[in-house]
Design a protein around this ligand. Structure first.
Ligand SMILES: Nc1ncnc2c1ncn2[C@@H]1O[C@H](COP(=O)(O)OP(=O)(O)OP(=O)(O)O)[C@@H](O)[C@H]1O
Length: 264
């Protein structure tokens, strides 16, 4: 499912938060949105989902598969979110309901948005749990009984159980350790590729982004300051913000390698 954002501006109480943002995700494409903290990345995701703060005033256009999000009624937006768009957030422990077992959380979007028998729902829930690498017996667990990585797998299962055609992932690995981070990123990429869905992946870390997206947009203070092929931006960023983010990713990689460099 394609996403086309054109001239999106958003302000709250007269303060500009997004300024004429243009961003495209083609059907089946994986695109990255990268920027420092507070640059407006989550506000773009919230605008696409139709969940920007009530005090926000928005202008421009957001088309999801040709459907105009801006100005749409709550009912249509809720239907779109529940069935055709999937959202994965940074912190799985806040995305999951602490008093509900994993099975019923993953099942909920199916109950809400599809007319399926209990048996059909069960088949789909167990299928997606297996695809995200969670043992069937964990379906009966509460979120606090799972590790951070398992919680994020459960959150991914909840987001993907309805087979959405557009997935928004907002820093889905930031709360995880480096090894789990890599496993979750690779899992997400393989699930997205298998399903043929489109992905907008939000991060502040180029080393994560490079594993996910061939094309990316750099956001700074609510404006897109650079966009292009991820590898070419990594080699030769043209904006000062791009240079800062690329340098930070290289320093992180170097310290993770104990100071070794690719060319060593
Ligand atoms: N409900 C709100 N009311 C007013 N301002 C808000 C609200 N939510 C976010 N903002 C402001 O909007 C700007 C963009 O925030 P946003 O969360 O989109 O940034 P971000 O790039 O996702 O940051 P991070 O990487 O830290 O999550 C920030 O200056 C933030 O303070």
């Amino acid at each position: 499912m394609s996403l086309s954002i054109d001239g999106l501006s958003l302000s709250i109480n007269g303060r500009t938060i997004l300024d004429q943002v243009d961003l495209k995700v083609a059907d089946g494409q994986r695109v990255g949105l990268i920027g420092s903290s507070g640059s407006g990345k989550s506000m773009i995701a919230r605008s696409v989902l139709g969940t920007a703060p009530l005090t926000a005033s928005l202008s421009g256009s957001i088309l999801v598969d040709g459907f105009q999000i801006l100005g749409s009624d709550d009912r249509s937006l809720a239907d779109l979110r529940g069935s055709r768009m999937g959202m994965i957030f940074q912190n799985p422990s806040t995305a999951l309901n602490p008093v509900k077992k994993i099975y019923s959380q993953v099942e909920l979007p199916l109950r809400r948005h599809y007319r399926l028998s209990a048996q059909e729902r069960r088949r789909r829930v167990m299928e997606i749990l297996s695809q995200v690498g969670l043992d069937a017996e964990l379906a009966g667990s509460y979120p606090h009984e799972l590790s951070g990585g398992q919680q994020q797998r459960a959150a991914i299962a909840t987001a993907l159980v309805t087979k959405p055609r557009l997935i928004l992932a907002d820093e889905p690995t930031t709360a995880l350790d480096a090894i789990t981070q890599r496993q979750i990123v690779d899992l997400l990429v393989s699930l997205v590729d298998q399903s043929g869905a489109s992905l907008l992946f939000i991060t502040h870390d180029f080393s994560v982004l490079a594993r996910v997206a061939d094309y990316c947009y750099i956001l700074d203070a609510g404006r897109v300051v650079e966009s292009g092929q991820t590898q070419s931006i990594l080699r030769n960023p043209s904006s000062p913000q791009g240079r800062t983010l690329v340098t930070a990713a290289k320093e992180l990689t170097l310290s993770a390698d104990g100071g070794k460099h690719e060319d060593d």
